[in-house]
Design a protein around this ligand. Structure first.
Ligand SMILES: Nc1nc2c(ncn2[C@@H]2O[C@H](COP(=O)(O)OP(=O)(O)OP(=O)(O)O)[C@@H](O)[C@H]2O)c(=O)[nH]1
Ligand SMILES: [Mg+2]
Length: 216
């Protein structure tokens, strides 16, 4: 039956995710899964992390895209070690893809592993890949109704970054409505308003990262 098949797929994924987690823990790497709609600003955020935290910690990135190596090349230019997974059509990363990509990424020197997931607000939240935390971006240009339309990702994430906050004067987006809806779905979610262009919110975001590195 269809339901059983889906359950089996998720159970098989969870077994591999657990093995990935053990590898992250053995290497003392804090791993987080970064999710959003297309173009919400994930790669730009990673580039800014690279600039701000260079010399303090070592960051590695797994870039997941349906096609192209554009994001891995962008990130590598900032001096961050990056590997690219091309999913050839799949709409999310799964634990096995992460497992395979770890053949090309040495975890030992890393403090943080960022997993930039394939883009959409649905499937990436359904598959654990062994990460310690899930972080999502929602940009102000996407609309303030998104938490109620795509609840799972808001329920699963520990952090919501409301991105491109510099564009707020130009769009009809009620940030209060996003906050209220996200908190109604997940009262523990940490919400930070950020702009990679102006730097707003980035110190708080980097502080959260550093706390997780030191306690992870
Ligand atoms: N105004 C504004 N634009 C931003 C900000 N951050 C990123 N952008 C722009 O948004 C576009 C997409 O940024 P990316 O960082 O590539 O977004 P992404 O989520 O990695 O995109 P995909 O991986 O293709 O889903 C680029 O043109 C960025 O320059 C921001 O804080 N403010
Ligand atoms: Mg990207």
């Amino acid at each position: 039956m269809k339901v059983t098949v889906v359950k089996n797929i998720l159970a098989a994924n969870d077994i591999i995710a657990q093995k990935n987690r053990e590898l992250f823990d053995t290497n003392k790497v804090f791993a987080f899964n970064l999710m959003s709609s297309p173009g919400a600003g994930k790669t730009t955020l990673i580039e800014e992390m690279g600039k701000a935290l260079q010399g303090k910690i070592n960051i590695g990135v797994i870039e997941g895209d349906i096609q192209s190596t554009i994001d891995a090349e962008r990130v590598a230019q900032t001096g961050i070690t990056a590997v690219q997974i091309e999913t050839a059509g799949a709409c999310h990363l799964d634990a096995n893809m992460i497992r395979s990509s770890l053949n090309d990424l040495d975890l030992a020197p890393l403090d943080i592993l960022v997993i930039e997931n394939v883009v959409n607000l649905v499937c990436p939240a359904e598959f654990n890949v062994g990460e310690h935390k899930k972080v999502m971006l929602l940009s102000v240009t996407e609309g303030d109704d998104k938490p109620l339309k795509y609840p799972l990702m808001f329920q699963e994430s520990q952090v919501l970054l409301i991105s491109k906050i510099d564009l707020l004067p130009h769009v009809r987006c009620d940030v209060g409505r996003i906050r209220e809806a996200a908190l109604s779905l997940n009262s523990d979610i940490k919400i930070i308003e950020v702009s990679a262009y102006t730097g707003r919110g980035l110190p708080e975001w980097h502080e959260w990262l550093m706390q997780n590195v030191s306690t992870g």
